[in-house]
Design a binder for this molecule. Structure first.
Ligand SMILES: Nc1nc2c(c(=O)[nH]1)N[C@H]1C(S)=C(S)[C@@H](COP(=O)(O)O)O[C@H]1N2
Ligand SMILES: [Mo]
Length: 223
């Protein structure tokens, strides 16, 4: 072996050892998940956890389960700050294949699993003045929905995709399965849910020209 190459190889091994654990924790882990994820459901071929195009506003977030908190506030009857376990506790589980379409032109068909947003709202109690549900995330991202979106449809807050826990880069611990809405409404790394009567609220991409409804059957830009 050429000496230059040899020292480069030794250096690489050293770097690998030095960074070992941290790297494993910070890595996407997607390669491993690809082997164990569900690939087909009720005869339908699913996309893979590796098929998403990562384009989050601040890059992947690594939310720790132990220190995670979800705030439910605003026009709620009981303001709550829930731990990871408390978010999941006592809620009926649902699973459904739902397609996410990004405005950039790619789509993924994934088996989502979690609980209904409606059941989470019920836990905090919805003040009748509520018109809008504002969701915020660990990276400062935000989006919002009319309250009745969660009552007219069975909208899932997912903790699993294709049978595996949602990996960090894909939104651990919770992602909204915003069925029939463009990808920018599918907020990942959810940390806060605010009930509001402010119908003029606009989320991160909505403030930058994307439609507030985010309806997938309509153009994503314009009014
Ligand atoms: N917190 C947060 N959630 C987010 C985003 C983001 O930047 N931050 N991007 C949205 C967009 S534009 C899409 S298409 C979907 C899927 O994005 P991904 O492929 O980067 O996971 O997540 C949505 N949820
Ligand atoms: Mo997107």
């Amino acid at each position: 072996m050429h000496t230059g190459m040899k020292s480069a190889a030794i250096l690489a091994v050293g770097m690998f050892l030095a960074s070992g654990c941290a790297r494993q924790q910070q890595g996407s882990g997607i390669a491993d998940l690809k082997r164990v994820e569900v690939k087909e459901y009720q005869g339908k071929r699913l996309s893979s956890v590796g098929d998403f195009v990562e384009n989050s506003i601040k890059g992947p977030q690594y939310v720790k389960q132990a220190s995670y908190r979800m705030r439910l506030h605003g026009l709620v009857k009981r303001p709550l700050t829930l731990t990871y376990a408390q978010v999941l506790a006592g809620k009926r589980r649902y699973r459904k294949v739902v397609r996410l379409d990004c405005v950039e032109g790619w789509s993924v068909n994934i088996l989502w699993e979690g609980f209904l947003m409606r059941d989470l709202l019920k836990q905090a109690g919805v003040d009748p003045r509520t018109k809008v549900v504002i969701l915020r995330a660990a990276d400062g991202y935000s989006t919002s929905f009319p309250l009745d979106y969660f009552y007219k449809k069975d909208i899932i807050v997912a903790d699993k995709m294709n049978g595996v826990l949602i990996p960090a880069v894909r939104g651990f611990p919770f992602m909204l399965v915003a069925e029939d809405k463009w990808g920018y409404k599918w907020i990942k790394w959810i940390t806060s849910i605010e009930l509001s009567d402010d119908v003029s609220f606009r989320g991160y991409w909505e403030r930058r020209g994307y439609t507030n409804s985010g309806d997938r059957d309509k153009a994503s830009i314009g009014r």
